[in-house]
Design a protein. Structure first.
Length: 299
């Protein structure tokens, strides 16, 4: 499909606010960096907003679809991945981006995330990871560090945090990366790679909550992050990716960049109905004359 330059400019032009809502995040929120990087990546890839769908769950970060051009679904808590799977299978030509927080995606939505990853649908899932439940004013989240004092853990968090990178590697995601809102150029480059990737792309976005998380601040991350591309990391080496994934836990170093990338057939490219009849929203109704036509391959 030919890309409309007028439509592409909706992501960046000065009057984009006429087409989307004004961001309501707290001043300094890391999610502004995610928004900027995602918009930049979409524009550089020349993806038409009319072919773009942003899906979210519930949380501060899940307001994301309201703040960017293109189609959007603000779905239920923890159900963003399920909506994305349905949308992609209904219209495989869409560029589908899932945006949510660590509470939404790694808490109640964890099952949907893992299964979307293992099935290798062509989706990009970015988790705005601020190690806190921001919308509900500061409870411990699945990625809150041990000892973190929050509204729900005033004496210190006693739970081990989820390791999103290691978990996605174990779930067989074909693109696994981490970014940091404090480095916009690097963030946009990683997002561009994730969107271009044919398969399930997961991006753990370190996105500081300046209101309720006073520990995992911009300065905290700036003192610890380093870029994987600066240390000759091989993103095709799964075992090397696992080793890097645990550095934050064991060495207090936080690698950002692409941990792992591989090429495998996508779920929708192997799905029988799509292979046989094409894009469901473009092919029209397909009604076999009898049940034998549907089940012929089973006998």
């Amino acid at each position: 499909m030919a890309v409309s330059q007028e439509n592409v400019q909706l992501f960046t032009q000065s009057d984009w606010r006429e087409n989307v809502s004004k961001p309501t995040w707290c001043p300094g929120c890391g999610d502004f960096g995610v928004l900027s990087a995602t918009r930049k990546a979409l524009v550089e890839l020349q993806i038409d907003p009319t072919d773009t769908l942003i899906i979210s769950g519930i949380g501060c970060s899940s307001n994301f679809p309201h703040f960017i051009g293109g189609y959007g679904i603000h779905s239920l808590h923890g159900r963003a991945a399920a909506n994305a799977v349905g949308a992609k299978l209904s219209n495989p030509d869409l560029t589908v981006i899932v945006a949510g927080g660590d509470g939404d995606g790694l808490g109640i939505g964890l099952g949907g995330l893992v299964h979307a990853a293992r099935r290798n649908l062509d989706l990009t899932y970015v988790v705005m990871d601020n190690q806190i439940y921001g919308l509900t004013t500061g409870q411990a989240s699945p990625t809150s560090l041990m000892g973190a004092k929050t509204k729900s853990t005033p004496f210190g968090n006693i739970e081990l945090p989820i390791n999103p990178i290691a978990m996605m590697l174990a779930a067989n995601a074909t693109f696994v990366a981490r970014t940091f809102s404090g480095d916009g150029s690097h963030f946009a480059d990683v997002m561009k790679q994730a969107i271009e990737h044919k398969g399930f792309a997961f991006v753990d976005a370190l996105s500081p909550c300046v209101t309720f998380n006073k520990f995992n601040t911009y300065d905290y991350f700036r003192e610890r992050v380093y870029k994987l591309e600066d240390v000759d990391h091989d993103p095709s080496d799964l075992m090397a990716a696992y080793k890097r994934a645990y550095e934050w836990d064991t060495e207090d170093k936080i690698p950002i960049g692409v941990f792992y990338k591989t090429e495998k057939p996508t779920y929708e490219s192997m799905e029988l109905a799509i292979k046989t009849h094409g894009n469901p929203v473009k092919r029209g109704a397909v009604r076999p004359s009898n049940i034998k036509e549907i089940t012929a391959h089973l006998y």
